[in-house]
Ligand binder design. Structure first.
Ligand SMILES: [Zn+2]
Ligand SMILES: [Zn+2]
Length: 122
C-alpha cells in the first residue's frame, strides 16, 4: 500500500507519502500518527525540504523564492504556502516547523496498491 495525494479539484497527482513529513521533519512512511507529538497533521501536510518535487521547485524558483504560495500545477488552485525566511515553532517549542506546507482540505488522500520503483508525476 502506498499513499498518494491528489489535487482535490482536478485530481492531478501531486506527491506521495515519501515527500511528506510531520512538524518535526520526521518521515510519514513509518506511522506518522505516532510521531505527531505536537502538531496534528489534520489540517496541513508538511513537505520534506530535501526532496521537493519538480513542480514545487519550479514554483519556488519562479516566484519569490523566500516566501510565497503554492498552486496546483494543472488547475492553479491554491494548495499551500512556503516561507524560508522565518520558521514557525511547533507546539513543543523545540523544533522549527518545515518551511513548506500544503492545506489538507485542498488535497485528496488515496491509498493505492503499488508495485514499481517510480511514480510518474507527468
Ligand atoms: Zn488541480
Ligand atoms: Zn514539537
Amino acid at each position: 500500500m502506498k499513499t498518494i495525494f491528489k489535487c482535490g479539484k482536478c485530481r492531478h497527482m501531486l506527491f506521495t507519502e515519501r515527500e511528506v513529513c510531520d512538524g518535526h521533519g520526521l518521515s510519514y512512511e513509518n506511522g506518522i500518527e505516532e510521531s505527531l507529538s505536537c502538531k496534528p497533521l489534520s489540517n496541513v501536510y508538511y513537505m520534506k525540504e530535501d526532496s521537493f518535487l519538480p513542480w514545487i521547485r519550479e514554483q519556488i524558483n519562479g516566484g519569490d523564492w523566500m516566501k510565497g504560495k503554492l498552486h496546483c500545477p494543472v488547475c492553479k488552485t491554491r494548495l499551500g504556502s512556503y516561507n524560508f525566511v522565518k520558521g514557525a515553532k511547533c507546539l513543543c517549542g523545540r523544533h522549527v516547523l518545515p518551511s513548506l506546507h500544503l492545506t489538507s482540505a485542498k488535497i485528496d488522500r488515496h491509498e493505492i496498491q503499488y508495485s514499481g520503483s517510480r511514480l510518474n508525476f507527468g
